[in-house]
Structures are given as structure tokens and as C-alpha cells.
Design a protein. Structure first.
Lengths: 507, 58
């Protein structure tokens, strides 16, 4: 397996029980500010952010904004907070980032090297947000409510992005073309399910579909993320040495409550990337005739046949496309062991189950769990197909509250399979992935706290007694050097003690 | 495009599902409580989603 690092960025929905007149931006800022978790505030270094660079070799002048945003111009213009205060960045001791991304609290996991680390860090993020809401709710009779989902059913979507750091040698077009049909069809097991069809800024009609996000994609490739979203996002912002690394920024996933779905989503995607790195040929890789049409038709198919037309004019289905990717990932994946072998097995099993009896996946997949739960309730309560109640129940599946959310009720019932034993990933401490650069970031924040001048994915600056020390994480992927760094940070009594690290310099 | 007026045919839920062999494990959980699940669902305000409005994110 190629050395691929990965992580998630999840934007959460936020409201109050009595939502009349609330300003979701203010709510999001207040939530982030309420976090009691250990970390440093307002130290995120924005000079290294550049979402305008396109992987196809050019730079765009501006990113598209959603049309609906014009409605909030006056409200936003009246804010007296500084840019930093609006963002309210908190960099945590596990190496994660928690901040207000425009109008949503967003948790970005630290960089992970294993799937266990990934589901652990995703779990830590969910707990962090729940704790913030709990703390606020002790002081109000109008509780904050959080949702790990991707839509408000009125055409406003927010993302759960994945990031894969991979060698730059893999040409962009090989990656973009090779993974396109995989992204269109992986919603079979990554989808979180939705009652309703939408388009940008609009609710269209009732009807169940397997994905939350598929309604919101209308381009094959582009750098945009808020409007006219692409299947393959071309943002070229490696947060690492740009001559060696590429960060593949994936915006086409749903936010999953089920850790099994998260595990399978990131695991299968990493295996497909690995297969492309290892030289899978373009004529071996499935291509769809009309990927954008297929994306919606798969998601909305009421018969769960998921028929697609391939580029060579054949009629196929999404399961067959996935099986082809599985076969290629196996062929081009040498010496797969441990978790990766388990992903192969789980991938094959889920495709078989989806073919034989889709709802039998309700112990693993969000969309099937949600559908089975809500449909049985709908029949009992005689709720009509087009009732808004179905959307409310859908929303409640995603409620980030262990005492209220329907996903958590299913978890408590014992009807859900987990990718690891609960005690392995449902951790109650802010541990960092110990073999990635995130561990260096996290250790610095824990050790030097208020002396942190700035932090970013690829750089940490620390105020010493007499010097300023910069740790350059842009090419820090050697586990031996990372371990050496962690050891030294723990022993250090001042920032200057880190000078001897091979990735440290005085600034 | 599928015909939205046609309904999904109800399917029989299968017991269990994946999780065999060396793979994923069943969670360690408290004893099943279907009453709690039903209670939570009945408590959901049918109009909650109508009031839920977010701003577009990424």
C-alpha cells in the first residue's frame, strides 16, 4: 500500500430548538468559542491558505458563491468581529482544527495513516461538538441542536470533505479520470440517505434517495465548492511540499454517522488511489457515459437497480462498476494486509448484499439504516409519502446528541456493526495519530500552549525565551523523525531545545 | 430519470448482515430498548425540518 495519509473535514448543521430569527453564523461562532478542549485559539496561520490554485495548472480569480448568500449581505456586513474572531480557530492537542467555516462549525481531523486512527479522530470530533452543545445548553432554555448531515432540505448543502495526501508523481488527469466513476457509484455504500430531492437553493419534491449530496453536483471538474460543485474538485493546495505531494480534496461524500460507512468510504477510496498510483491503465478503468446524470439517477432510483450507461454504450449498473474497481484495486494492490485486507472483504460483501437484498446492509450503511427505521415508523403511523414529518425524522437521524439522535438510539440497540471494537476507537482522550506530523503539531500545542505563535497543517511557530522557532512539517512523513520529534518536545523545557530537530529552524 | 411517482417496493429486512469472519465486530451495547427508539421517533416534531434553515457551506 502506498503511503497515503488521509483526514476528514466535517461541517455541521446548527440551530436552536426555537429557531425563529437565529443567526447561524453567530451560533456557529459561539459554539466554537465554547469549546473547553485543550488547544490554542486564534493562532491559525491564514497566509498559507490558497483555495484558488487549480490542479489543472492555473489559478482562478474568484470562487463561486451560492446565490442565496446575497440575502445575508447586510447581516454579514454589520458584524463587528474581526476576521480571526469570526473564524475563532482552535488548534487542538490531537493536531485537529476546530473553527467556524463561514456558517458552520467545522471539525478537521488531524492527518491519519491508518483507518483506525481515522474513525477514532472522527469520533473525537463528534464528542467535542456534543460537549460544546451540552455546555451551552446548561445555560439556556432554548437548546442548541447540532446535525451531522449535509442539507437543510431547502437546497443549502454543507460538506464532509475527505483529504488524501499522495505522491505528486501521479498525474492529475490520471487521478481525476480514473476515480470519476468510482465517486459516482460509491454512494451505494457511502450515502447517508435523504427524504427529498433538492437542487441548489431549492426543495424539489418528496422521495427517498440514497445520498444527501448527489443533488448538488453539476460539474465534472472544478475548483469550486459552494456552487456548481464538481464530482472531482481540482483545488491544488497540498499543505505539504508541492513538488512531492498532492492533497486530493474530495468534496463529493456524505457525512456518515455510521463509523462502518466512514471506514469503508475512506478505505475503498484509498485503495482506488493506490491502484492508480500503481499504474492501472486508463482502458481498464470504468468510464460512464454521463457521470453527472448517473450521479443523480443512482441516488434517486426508487427500484435500487442503479442502472448506468458506460462510455462504450453498454448498459451496466453501479454495483458492477464498483466490482470492477474492486478487482483493479486487488490486482494493483500488492501485499495488502491488516485493515486493507479487511476493506477488500467488506467491500466485496457489501456489494453482494446490495445486489441480493439492499436493506440487509442496514447494520452497516447509513442510508439503509435510516430507510429501514423511518419506513417501519411511517407504516405504523400511516405517514404519507410526501409528509414533512419524514424529513424531520431524517434530520433527527443525524442529530448529534446521544440522548436524542435516532442514529444513537440504533447504536444503543445493538443493531449496528462497527469496524472495530467500540473501546478501540470510542476514546475519551484527545490522542493524536502518533505516526503522522499531526502528533508533532499536537505535542507542540500541549507543551508550549500560549507560546505558540501560529499553527498550520505544515508549519508550527513557537516563541522561545530568546528566539522564535519554526517547525517545518511540509515534508515530515518519516516515522523515525516524527518519533524523535515527539520525544524531544516532551523533554524540552523551552522552544530553543527543539532547534536540533532536522525540520526546525530559527526565524 | 426514474419515475418519482412509483414507490420503492418494501423489502424484507434480513437479520444481521455483515460482520462475519475476521472483519467488523458487533458493538458492545446495553440491552436493546426498542421502546426508547419509538419514544424518540414519536417525540420528533413533524415540522422540525420546515424550520431548519442553514446557509450554504462547502
Amino acid at each position: 500500500m502506498a503511503d497515503i495519509h488521509f483526514g476528514l473535514e466535517t461541517e455541521f448543521g446548527i440551530t436552536r430548538q426555537n429557531a425563529e430569527g437565529i443567526d447561524v453564523v453567530a451560533e456557529s461562532i459561539a459554539l466554537v468559542k465554547s469549546a473547553k478542549a485543550s488547544g490554542v485559539r486564534l493562532r491559525w496561520d491564514y497566509q498559507y491558505e490558497d483555495p484558488h490554485q487549480d490542479a489543472r495548472g492555473f489559478r482562478v480569480k474568484e470562487l463561486k458563491q451560492d446565490f442565496d448568500e446575497a440575502n445575508y449581505f447586510a447581516q454579514d456586513a454589520a458584524r463587528t468581529l474581526t476576521f480571526g474572531e469570526i473564524k475563532s480557530d482552535l488548534v487542538l492537542i490531537n493536531g485537529a482544527r476546530f473553527y467556524n467555516d463561514h456558517a458552520h462549525p467545522e471539525y478537521c481531523t488531524p492527518e491519519c495513516r491508518s483507518l483506525l486512527q481515522l474513525v477514532q479522530q472522527d469520533y473525537i470530533g463528534d464528542q467535542l461538538l456534543m460537549n460544546c452543545a451540552k455546555a451551552i445548553n446548561k445555560t439556556t432554555d432554548n437548546p442548541v441542536m447540532l446535525y451531522k448531515n449535509n442539507t437543510d432540505f431547502q437546497g443549502h448543502s454543507y460538506g464532509c470533505h475527505e483529504n488524501y495526501l499522495l505522491p505528486r508523481e501521479l498525474p492529475w488527469e490520471t487521478l481525476a479520470q480514473g476515480i470519476q466513476a468510482f465517486f459516482v457509484t460509491r454512494q451505494l455504500f457511502c450515502g447517508a440517505g435523504k427524504y427529498g430531492w433538492e437542487s441548489e437553493d431549492k426543495y424539489l419534491q418528496s422521495g427517498f434517495q440514497i445520498s444527501q449530496r448527489s443533488d448538488f453536483f453539476s460539474e465534472l471538474q472544478s475548483v469550486d465548492t459552494m456552487q456548481r460543485r464538481p464530482i472531482v474538485n481540482t483545488r491544488d493546495e497540498p499543505h505539504a511540499d508541492e513538488d512531492k505531494w498532492r492533497r486530493f480534496h474530495v468534496i463529493i461524500g456524505d457525512a456518515n454517522l455510521s463509523p462502518y460507512a466512514t471506514w469503508l468510504k475512506v478505505g475503498t477510496t484509498a485503495l482506488v488511489i493506490n491502484c492508480l498510483i500503481n499504474g492501472a491503465k486508463s482502458d481498464e478503468i470504468p468510464q460512464l457515459d454521463d457521470p453527472l446524470h448517473a450521479l443523480k439517477s443512482i441516488s434517486r432510483d426508487p427500484y435500487w437497480k442503479w442502472i448506468v450507461r458506460t462510455a462504450d454504450g453498454r448498459t451496466s449498473n453501479a454495483i458492477e462498476v464498483q466490482r470492477r474497481y474492486l478487482e483493479l484495486a486487488r490486482r494493483y494492490g500488492d501485499n495488502m494486509q491488516g485493515d486493507w485486507q479487511l476493506i477488500f472483504e467488506a467491500w466485496e460483501k457489501i456489494l453482494d448484499d446490495l445486489e441480493n437484498n439492499p436493506i440487509s446492509t442496514s447494520d452497516r450503511l447509513d442510508w439503509a439504516a435510516k430507510y429501514k427505521l423511518i419506513e417501519s415508523f411511517r407504516e405504523t403511523e400511516k405517514i404519507s409519502d410526501d409528509s414533512a414529518w419524514l424529513r424531520s425524522l431524517d434530520l433527527e437521524y443525524h442529530r448529534l446528541d446521544q440522548n436524542e439522535g435516532l442514529y444513537y438510539a440504533l447504536l444503543e440497540q445493538g443493531t449496528l456493526s462497527l469496524p472495530y471494537a467500540a473501546e478501540e476507537f470510542m476514546v475519551d482522550t484527545m490522542i493524536s495519530p502518533r505516526d503522522t506530523r499531526a502528533a508533532i503539531r499536537g505535542a507542540c500545542i500541549e507543551k508550549f500552549g500560549s507560546r505558540i505563535i501560529s499553527a498550520q497543517w505544515d508549519c508550527v511557530r513557537i516563541e522561545g525565551d530568546v528566539k522564535k522557532i519554526e517547525l517545518n512539517l511540509r515534508d515530515l512523513f518519516d516515522v523515525g523523525i516524527i518519533n524523535q520529534g515527539i520525544k524531544l518536545i516532551k523533554l524540552a523545557s523551552k522552544a530553543e531545545d527543539l532547534e536540533q530537530l532536522p525540520f526546525a529552524s530559527v526565524i | 430519470m426514474p419515475d418519482p411517482t412509483r414507490k420503492v417496493k418494501p423489502m424484507n429486512p434480513a437479520p444481521g448482515g455483515g460482520g462475519d469472519g475476521e472483519g467488523p465486530k458487533e458493538p458492545k451495547v446495553k440491552k436493546p430498548n426498542t421502546d426508547d427508539l419509538l419514544k424518540r421517533m414519536k417525540k420528533v416534531d413533524p415540522d422540525q425540518a420546515k424550520r431548519y434553515r442553514q446557509r450554504t457551506g462547502q
